[in-house]
Ligand binder design. Structure first.
Ligand SMILES: [Mg+2]
Length: 186
């Protein structure tokens, strides 16, 4: 059995990470959590540097490199606390070589979360795709036709593709809590 884990809101509690770190990190330059969250939801997030400098600029603040570094440190310090303990235990029981992380978004930001949280060391491979996970999952399932491939993601549009249904070895779980994963294992 091969496992493909989504990172955000599956292996990592991204919702809490945003609330407790990303949105509150700009408080040191006088931008509130609410203001930061509003900017995030309005403008989309391309990469961390752009997000921080754009948000600062919108509120009339300028950022020097030193301040950006402090903000970055506040965001990423000890982020292993956001790992999902159930999924971590689940992965630890599997062979590392059978576990993969498939994540969507800005490569640098995603890798920083995956490495700093400790998730990188738990899996054989990390793949970051810019837009769609579909093609990678199909390719992966096709190259492991003699094995069951289990793809776990919390976003409907990532697991519900017609092409997935015709791959007999591919099984998808729309993850909302750990019970979903236990069912899939039976
Ligand atoms: Mg996700």
């Amino acid at each position: 059995m091969k496992y493909i884990f989504d990172f955000d809101d599956v292996l990592f509690d991204t919702h809490s990470f945003k609330q407790e770190r990303l949105f509150s990190a700009l408080e040191i330059i006088g931008i509130s959590k609410e203001e930061c969250a509003q900017k995030y939801h309005k403008g989309g997030f391309k990469n961390l540097q752009l997000f921080v400098t754009d948000t600062a600029a919108e509120y009339g603040k300028t950022l020097d490199d030193g301040t950006f570094k402090i903000i970055e440190e506040k965001i990423f310090k000890n982020i292993h606390v956001f790992l999902n303990p159930d999924i971590c235990r689940f992965i630890m029981q599997k062979e590392k070589e059978n576990c993969h992380i498939l994540s969507l978004g800005d490569r640098d930001f995603q890798m920083r979360k995956i490495i700093d949280s400790g998730a990188r060391d738990m899996v054989a491979e990390v793949v970051i795709v810019p837009k769609s996970k579909k093609e990678w999952v199909i390719d992966f399932a096709k190259t492991h036709l003699d094995e069951r491939v289990h793809f776990i993601d919390d976003t409907k549009r990532h697991v519900q593709h017609y092409e997935f249904k015709i791959l007999h070895n591919l099984h998808c779980t729309l993850y909302s809590d750990f019970e979903d994963l236990k069912e899939m294992e039976l």
